[in-house]
Structures are given as structure tokens and as C-alpha cells.
Write a protein that binds this ligand. Structure first.
Ligand SMILES: Cc1cc2nc3c(=O)[nH]c(=O)nc-3n(C[C@H](O)[C@H](O)[C@H](O)COP(=O)(O)OP(=O)(O)OC[C@H]3O[C@@H](n4cnc5c(N)ncnc54)[C@H](O)[C@@H]3O)c2cc1C
Length: 386
């Protein structure tokens, strides 16, 4: 792995930086989890990105991308976070469903969904979890019953991020009577279809981060199934690899938070014990180590390699790093951490308390860390099942 950037990559960095300087909104956007207005402000930002063809730089030009490699994507992300650009409201779409569509979608599905996704015209939610199926995702009970050229969907989903205001969802359903990993299909459905009811779940701070989704005889065309019939588990595991592996959490996010933490420490260090300085340094080093490891994975993927169960190690690393970073910031601030402005928008690292609350969820979502440790034990280390 080369540890410096080529002149081309440096030129690309300058191009991103100039565009961000000219276009990133000067004031924070209102939260996309609190009101429709905030959600739409973020959709407008997605549209602006897409006008500059920055919606998803690795995608083919035909779908609004720039066909860039993963190293340039990482550079893009670094400049994105450096500029303090808004949190991506369509991250479930562009980072999770997008790559899955690229791998399993038909040409028709790619043409219908990817461009609109890159443009923010369709904001996507992930509808996998159910009240009895979280870590044990193979326990989903929501059904898809085939009726000619349509599926009839029934059941209940929960913890669906951004589904309160989103337009579409990708859900995991099973043929009635099928068991565990068999007979599942991944189906795309509009959240305003007849028979869909969304019930927001407010977080303790009032933000409507999640929704429950109830499906009562919802009819969708068979053409909106992603992957083969009954192969939903296989398709979902590919998506989960993207979620844990590379895309969902780029290192830039933690490098930016670590440098803000270092600045916070600098401003307060006279009153602090040396042990706090050590924790700050550790977080900073961990963020750098995570970046190097992701650059290494990206180089391997660009050379034709694949990402396997080691995506679980990434997921544990970034989620624990995020908790440590925010916990250290709260310890530096003490009770001052609770003095936050009313509406900080979706900018966790400017508001350490809010960021901490969100960081606490990191070891749970995208497959809890206990489950990731099971995967590492069994599939990377070859240990027997517990
Ligand atoms: C912020 C956030 C956003 C989310 N967004 C979405 C979303 O957009 N779409 C979606 O579908 N879901 C979403 N989820 C749900 C998430 O995927 C689930 O919470 C997660 O999979 C855990 O499932 P559970 O909550 O049902 O917990 P459970 O599966 O009931 O687990 C409870 C505890 O037991 C542990 N445990 C369970 N089984 C084992 C085992 N075999 N070995 C060791 N430990 C075990 C778990 O690790 C956990 O600590 C989100 C969750 C959060 C917190």
C-alpha cells in the first residue's frame, strides 16, 4: 500500500474542497429526525450534491456518479467531514441499498432506483428488524405471499431509522410457512403504499429517529423484489457486509471528531489530570489506525479482493471508538456538556452530549457487537459455536 497520494488524487481533493467551500450551507440544517421541514432541508442538500455529481462518487456516470475508485471516495469523505457538511439523510439508500442494487439488481431496477436515490428524490429506510427478530434476523415473521405478478406483504417492522419521513423501504419478508434462512425475499416497497402504517418512535430527547412499520395486505409488483425469490438472506448478508465493512462509517467521521476532541482538550487541559490527555491521544491514534486499515481494505478491494467476516472487526472498532471519543469529551466538559443549544441539527460532533447518546447505539445497530464477536470467533478464528 502506498502511503502518499498521487498528483491526480491531490487534484481531486482540491476539486472536492473547492466545491464544498462554495456549497456547504453556512448554518446547520435543522434535524432530519425532528420535523418534515428538517428532513426536506436535508433532501435539498442531497439534490445539491447530486447536481454537482457528488451524490455517490463511486457510482457509474449513468446513475449520477463519477465512476471513481474507493481511494477517491475516502478522499471525498475526508473533505466532506472537514467542510462540516450535513449528515447524509439517505445513507441507508446510498451506502447500503445502492451497492446491493449494483450487485443484485436488474437493469430495470438500477435504472428506476439508483439515479433517484443519488438525487435524493427517493430517501430510503431499512425495514429488517421486527419485535422478535433483531440479532436473530432469521426469525423474521413478516410475509410475502405471491399472487401472480404481485406480492402481498403482511407483518410488522420496528426500529426503522428515518422511516417516519422516508419515501421507500427495503424489507426482508418470508414465504408463509418457510423457516429460518430459507424462503426469504428482499422486497422494495413505497412507504406511502395502501396498507402501510408508520408509527414514529420518539427517542428520549423527542427526536423521531425510528418508526414501526405495519403492513396490512400491501401489494407490490414482483419486479420490486431484489435478487432471486427465496434468496433474501443471501442478499441481506451482502448488504450487512456493506453496512459493517466500509461504506456506512468512513474513517473521516472519527478523524474529524478526534481532532475536535484534541482541540477541546487543549482548551481545557490546565484543569485536567494527565490520564485524560492519554485517553485523547488513544482516541486520536485509534481514529488514525482505523483510517489506515480502511485505506488498506480499499486498496485490496480495488485490486479485486473481497471483504468477508472481517467487516465485523471494523464494526466493533468504529462503534467502540465513537463511544470512547464522546465519553472522553463529556469527561472534559463535566456538567457543561449538558448546556446545548435548542436545535443543533444532525451534527453529533458539535454537540458532544447528543453525539454521545447516538454513539451509545453504535454497539447495537448494524448487528450488535456481541453478534459481531460471535461471527469473528466462528468465521475468522474457526472456534466452535457457543
Ligand atoms: C440507532 C439504531 C438504529 C437502528 N436502525 C435500524 C434500521 O434502520 N432498520 C432496522 O431494520 N433495524 C434498525 N435497528 C435495529 C437493530 O438492528 C437491532 O436493535 C439490533 O439488530 C439488535 O436487535 P434487538 O434490538 O432486537 O436486540 P436483541 O436481538 O434482543 O439482543 C439483545 C441483547 O442480547 C444480545 N444477544 C442476542 N443474541 C445473542 C447471541 N446469540 N450471543 C450473544 N449475545 C446475544 C445482543 O447482542 C444484545 O446485547 C436500529 C437500532 C438502533 C439502536
Amino acid at each position: 500500500m502506498k502511503l502518499d497520494y498521487t498528483p491526480d488524487q491531490q487534484r481531486f481533493r482540491q476539486e472536492v474542497r473547492s466545491w464544498m467551500t462554495a456549497n456547504v450551507p453556512p448554518a446547520r440544517l435543522p434535524s432530519f429526525d425532528l420535523t418534515r421541514e428538517g428532513f426536506e432541508a436535508h433532501r435539498d442538500w442531497e439534490r445539491k450534491l447530486s447536481e454537482g455529481r457528488w451524490g455517490m462518487v463511486t457510482w457509474p456516470e449513468a446513475y449520477g456518479g463519477r465512476e471513481l475508485d474507493l481511494i477517491r471516495w475516502l478522499i471525498f469523505e475526508e473533505e466532506y467531514y472537514r467542510a462540516g457538511a450535513p449528515t447524509r439523510v439517505n445513507q441507508n439508500g446510498i451506502f447500503l441499498l445502492g451497492p446491493t442494487l449494483m450487485e443484485f439488481g436488474t437493469d430495470d431496477q438500477k435504472a428506476r432506483f439508483l439515479t433517484r436515490m443519488a438525487a435524493g428524490d427517493d430517501i430510503w429506510a431499512q425495514a429488517w428488524s421486527e419485535p422478535g427478530a433483531g440479532s436473530d434476523l432469521a426469525a423474521v415473521r413478516s410475509t410475502c405471499t405471491r399472487d401472480g405478478d404481485e406480492y402481498v406483504l403482511n407483518g410488522q417492522k420496528i426500529w426503522s431509522s428515518r422511516a417516519v419521513f422516508a419515501d421507500w423501504a427495503f424489507g426482508l419478508f418470508r414465504e408463509p410457512g418457510s423457516e429460518r434462512h430459507k424462503g426469504m425475499s428482499l422486497i422494495l416497497f413505497p412507504l406511502d403504499a395502501p396498507g402501510v402504517t408508520r408509527r414514529p418512535i420518539a427517542r428520549m430527547d423527542g427526536e423521531l429517529v425510528f418508526a414501526e412499520i405495519f403492513l396490512d395486505n400491501v401489494r407490490v409488483p414482483v419486479a420490486d423484489r431484489l435478487g432471486d425469490e427465496g434468496q433474501g438472506w443471501h442478499v441481506c448478508m451482502a448488504t450487512a457486509g456493506f453496512e459493517r465493512g466500509l461504506m456506512l462509517r468512513s474513517p473521516a467521521r472519527y478523524q474529524m471528531a478526534a481532532s475536535k476532541l484534541a482541540a477541546l482538550y487543549e482548551a481545557n487541559k490546565k484543569q485536567l489530570p494527565a490520564s485524560v490527555g492519554e485517553r485523547v491521544a488513544q482516541s486520536w491514534m485509534d481514529a488514525e489506525a482505523y483510517a489506515l486499515s480502511i485505506y488498506s481494505t480499499a486498496s485490496r478491494l480495488e485490486a479485486g479482493g473481497t471483504i468477508g467476516p472481517e467487516s465485523s472487526t471494523n464494526k466493533i472498532f468504529w462503534s467502540e471508538l465513537d463511544v470512547a471519543l464522546h465519553q472522553t469529551a463529556l469527561d472534559i466538559l463535566g456538567s457543561r456538556a449538558e448546556l446545548v443549544a435548542q436545535d443543533q441539527g444532525n451534527a453529533p460532533d458539535d454537540n458532544w452530549l447528543d453525539g454521545y447518546i447516538f454513539a451509545l447505539a453504535g454497539p447495537i445497530y448494524a448487528g450488535s457487537n456481541e453478534i459481531q464477536r460471535n461471527i469473528i470467533a466462528e468465521r475468522m478464528l474457526g472456534l466452535p459455536r457457543a
